[in-house]
Design a protein around this ligand. Structure first.
Ligand code: HEC
Length: 138
């Protein structure tokens, strides 16, 4: 009888430990999910001006090295507002449309509009890719 009681107790202990282990694992999984959401929600829409920022390794076109130098050389002489990311993005009506990148005024003007003659070869495609990738200040 005494033996049976001991076995019963130890069985109870095991299921208790199992429950505890499952609880701890569950807590970590849930904590991990929350951390994922937290990280997503603090992801900045405009990435700080750091050339080839490690935050933006996904981008193939970078504003600081691929867009601004070409604007300086080919456009700023007539469009002083294209001399920085801030002033370019402040132009109204907006020249950049991240919702429908191929409808962006700046892209259309150099792709098939009156500004095509001033744009270096391939600049329209670069601008379009930059806008498609979120038009970040990267
Ligand atoms: C020789 C001067 C000159 C140069 C160089 C020039 N532009 Fe323009 N741009 C103009 C004029 C004038 C207009 C207004 C007439 C028109 O829209 O065609 C204009 C209009 C625009 C517009 C329409 C919206 C707005 O802000 O007025 C965009 C976008 C634009 N240019 C982009 C560019 C880009 C990008 C470059 C460089 C690749 C460039 N331009 C080079 C003179 C220039």
């Amino acid at each position: 009888m005494k033996n049976q009681k001991t076995i019963f107790l130890s069985k109870k202990m095991n299921s208790g430990k199992l429950f505890l282990a499952a609880f701890i694992i569950g807590a970590f999984v849930i904590a991990g999910m929350f951390q994922g959401c937290y990280k997503d929600s603090v992801q900045p829409t405009v990435i700080p001006y750091t050339p080839h920022s490690p935050n933006d390794t996904a981008a193939t076109v970078h504003y600081s090295t691929d867009i601004q130098p070409a604007l300086n050389t080919n456009c700023v002489g007539c469009h002083s507002e294209f001399s920085s990311y801030g002033s370019l993005m402040a132009v109204t009506p907006a020249l950049v449309n991240t919702a429908t990148p191929s409808s962006s005024i700046i892209y259309l003007k150099i792709h098939s509009g009156t500004m095509a003659a001033y744009a270096p070869a391939g600049f329209d495609a670069k601008i379009l890719t930059w806008i498609t990738e979120g038009a970040h200040n990267n």
